[in-house]
Design a protein around this ligand. Structure first.
Ligand code: ZN
Ligand code: MN
Length: 495
């Protein structure tokens, strides 16, 4: 029997505001000194009053709009009551009945499949507990208590680990484009919970729902879904039933384990937060937030396909690495100018297209390799020594045959290290192509004399031997001779 998983995601995202959700304490995820950013409000002292952080509301609405959600105009906060040592108030200020936004969707970039979003609401984060090894106590750090959190819940529209990962990745990208969160899972800026149930394909009733908590990387999202799909399939095939429960993920063993069954499910006794006024969103505020939304990944993919006609993989590189994409576009506009100037009749589309392909080729292979070698993960144009102008000139030199691809492979790392105008670097290094035919002739004669066997083979009709001889001459001239000229010359000489 084949069972299909039905998956819904619940994702918590820390918003990167300056201050916390309800007090003026700094919101610093990088703070390592425990209990540095705390005050009576986020420590839950009696008699203190929370104040809503406008920037957190704005950032959440920005994200919700980008996810095609409806925005509530009249909403309020509620208390979600539970006890835990990292929660000093004994409740979390959250939203239950009136989420700030609902009914959105995200289209997966690969398949185009639409995943509906049920709700996106605003709440506060809890603190953190540390359990020092071999100690008989635990430590409480409240730096994170009160940090603004966006909670997003999808409908169970996902049916594989791959789709779940694709959803999380695309969401991450959107949040980064909007600048509302670093959305780094490993840093805890984004935390994922998976609801998964198995049933026979097209069954009218879903199976028991299992919740997997605290997944802190894309890999664990993927692995935990794969593990649960297998575990539940095996139970169902044996005629056993799946328990409705909450399970944790064991990172080292790569398995899920039972944490809490349905009987002990929480009742949070939500009620409206009496210390905060209702939150009303007016049209002016909404319009201002809307105006700040930049071009999003999906729009960028579409525009790149129309304007540049690159391979999908290359487009995706520029969409996922925004800085690199901007750099590519600056180089492209330099190339467009160059083509327009060179071909007076205006932009020659075919020439432009060839240059764009060349540009993208060098960026996605050679340049990426140079960045990787130096351990640079995020391309930063400000720290990058090759200006788009110089890069465009470098490409035009290759295009015009002013440098061979062999020289280009030496020139690019040189520019990468020291910057500079490529034609100047070429002149300084003596890398100009050899146009002086006597120099090439001399090299050709030497190669012919040194390789009688290849010469003989060629004369007998083995054309591959000519290619070998061309290569030898190229090597002698250190890549500075044009291969076409070398070939012509050898052909004439050996006739
Ligand atoms: Zn505080
Ligand atoms: Mn929550």
């Amino acid at each position: 029997m084949e069972y299909e998983p039905t998956i819904g995601l619940e994702i918590h995202i820390e918003l990167n505001t300056e201050s916390k959700m309800f007090c003026a304490c700094a919101n610093e995820s990088s703070q390592t000194e425990p209990n540095k950013n705390i005050c009576p409000v986020c420590c839950g002292h009696p008699g203190t009053l929370p104040v809503i952080n406008e920037d957190a509301v704005k950032k959440l609405i920005k994200a919700a709009l980008a996810l095609n959600c409806e925005i509530a105009r009249d909403t309020f906060f509620e208390r979600k009551n539970y006890f835990y040592p990292d929660l000093p108030k004994g409740y979390q200020i959250s939203q239950y009945q009136t989420p700030l936004s609902k009914n959105g969707y995200l289209d997966l970039p690969d398949s185009g499949k639409r995943i509906r979003i049920e709700r996106v609401h605003l709440e506060e984060d809890a603190g953190r507990l540390a359990h020092p090894e071999a100690a008989d106590y635990s430590l409480v750090d409240l730096n994170r208590a009160g940090v603004p959190l966006m909670e997003l819940v999808t409908y169970p529209d996902i049916h594989s680990a791959r789709e779940a990962v694709e959803f999380v990745k695309e969401l991450q990208m959107i949040l980064r484009y909007l600048g509302v969160s670093g959305a780094n899972m490993e840093k805890g800026e984004m935390r994922c919970e998976v609801n998964i149930s198995l049933a026979e394909k097209n069954a009218s009733k879903l199976g028991a729902k299992v919740e997997i908590k605290n997944l802190n990387s894309l890999k664990t999202v993927e692995r935990s879904i794969e593990f649960e799909t297998k575990r539940q399939s095996e139970l169902l095939s044996k005629g056993e039933s799946v328990a409705q429960e909450t399970r944790g993920w064991h990172d080292k063993k790569e398995i899920t384990f039972s944490q809490r069954d349905k009987e002990s499910a929480h009742d949070y006794r939500y009620f409206p937060e009496p210390d905060l006024p209702p939150l009303k969103i007016d049209e002016g505020f909404l319009a201002r937030v809307k105006a700040e939304i930049p071009e999003l990944p999906a729009q960028k993919r579409e525009r790149f396909a129309k304007e540049y006609h690159l391979a999908e993989k290359e487009t995706e590189l520029y969409v996922s690495q925004r800085g690199l994409g901007d750099y590519f576009e600056k180089a492209a506009s330099e190339l467009a100018n160059w083509v327009a100037e060179k071909y007076q009749s205006g932009l020659a589309p075919a020439e432009f297209q060839k240059l764009i392909k060349l540009a993208s080729n060098y960026i996605s292979t050679d340049l990426q390799a140079l960045l990787r070698e130096r351990g640079i993960e995020d391309f930063n144009e400000a720290k990058f020594k090759i200006t788009p102008e110089n890069f465009a000139e470098f490409l035009s030199m290759i295009y015009l045959g002013e440098i061979s691809s062999k020289i280009a492979k030496m020139l690019l790392p040189e520019m990468f290290e020291k910057g500079g105008d490529p034609s100047q670097v070429v002149a300084e290094k003596g890398w100009q192509m050899v146009s002086d035919s006597t120099e090439i002739e001399k090299a050709a004669q030497a190669v012919i004399a040194a390789n009688p066997k290849a010469v003989e083979d060629y004369k007998k009709g083995k054309t591959a031997s000519l290619q070998f001889l061309v290569g030898q001459v190229m090597a002698q001239t250190k890549g500075k001779a044009k291969p076409e000229i070398v070939r012509d010359l050898l052909e004439k000489t050996l006739q």
